[in-house]
Design a protein around this ligand. Structure first.
Ligand SMILES: Nc1ncnc2c1ncn2[C@@H]1O[C@H](COP(=O)(O)OP(=O)(O)O)[C@@H](O)[C@H]1O
Ligand SMILES: [Mg+2]
Length: 283
């Protein structure tokens, strides 16, 4: 199927998420008007737009938490628009979510917080994970975010930045090929924000997860676009540095305005766009 999003450098990579002419209004207010785009493995689509342009709504549609008035949303080849809640359940495990407002459960240990979706799958999804399997996977996710030693702690014993890293580990427990981020660095100090961005880039470049990344912080978007994860040094390196090592997942920007995609393109396209609205947005 042809990619409905122009300017796509990842044509040929497997498509993980697709919107076709998705339309949604709340009452009289049209929030998304016949929106189409596709997301591929390893690719990050950065969703930009002023407050109220429908960025969070778009993520909720991808999760099947909201239904469009018309149009089609396809997750890993399955049209989710007509699915019932119980049919959506196994598909949701394919989407990891890191939302700013999603706090950890205070009374549960880090282990229980990270394991949460596996336990839910055992209860609702007909899966049957042993305790050993759960602990092994929880440890693996915590190791990914550098917090294995915190496994038996309570959230209150961790700093805000560590809690956010646990939130990321929780999103990874089902090994989702798609990640949805809604302002994951909001409210963090610059050092912690950089740690979270490094983990997000690591996830992109070592596991080829496709991501929708909502942010108000343009600097975050350019860090994502301009850096690769260097596994040898466990650090970021600039895109196109020495041309060796792992491939970097490409980044595209998608700017929403008046319920539509106003601009879509590479970071270079965005920076060089002459359009006055885009220029004001970047200023
Ligand atoms: N459940 C809802 N009921 C009615 N209006 C909503 C609902 N959710 C969002 N909206 C409205 O839809 C628009 C887009 O909201 P949202 O997706 O949260 O924007 P963004 O995340 O870009 O700031 C806003 O005008 C908001 O008030
Ligand atoms: Mg929002």
């Amino acid at each position: 199927m042809a990619d409905p999003t122009p300017g796509n450098p990842t044509a040929g990579q497997a498509e993980v998420l697709r919107f076709d002419d998705v339309h949604l209004a709340f009452g009289q207010t049209v929030v998304l008007r016949d929106l189409s785009f596709a997301l591929h493995r390893g690719e990050t689509l950065v969703l930009l737009g002023v407050t109220g342009t429908g960025k969070t709504t778009l993520l909720k549609l991808a999760l099947g938490l909201l239904k469009p008035d018309r149009g089609r949303i396809t997750v890993l080849g399955t049209d989710i628009t007509e699915l019932e809640e119980e049919e959506l359940f196994p598909l949701r495990a394919q989407l990891g979510i890191v939302f700013q407002e999603m706090a950890l459960f205070d009374s549960l240990s880090v282990h229980e917080n990270v394991a949460y979706r596996l336990i839910e799958e055992t209860v609702h999804g007909g899966k049957d994970y042993s305790d050993e399997e759960i602990e092994r996977r929880v440890r693996e996710c915590l190791r990914f975010v550098g917090l294995e030693e915190a496994i038996w702690k309570l959230p209150a014993e961790l700093s805000g930045g560590m809690q956010r890293r646990v939130g990321l580990a929780r999103a990874l427990i089902t090994e989702p090929p798609i990640l949805l981020y809604d302002s994951p660095t909001a409210g963090l100090d610059p050092v912690t924000a950089q740690t979270i961005l490094t983990l997000i880039i690591k996830l992109r470049d070592t596991r080829q997860a496709g991501a929708l990344y909502v942010t108000h912080r343009l600097q975050d978007a350019f860090i994502l676009a301009n850096n690769c994860y260097d596994s040898q040094n466990e650090a970021l390196k600039p895109v196109g540095g020495d041309g060796r090592g792992q491939p970097c997942g490409p980044t595209r920007f998608l700017l929403l305005r008046d319920a539509s995609i106003y601009f879509v393109g590479s970071p270079a396209d965005l920076v060089s766009a002459r359009d006055p609205y885009v220029q004001r947005f970047l200023a």
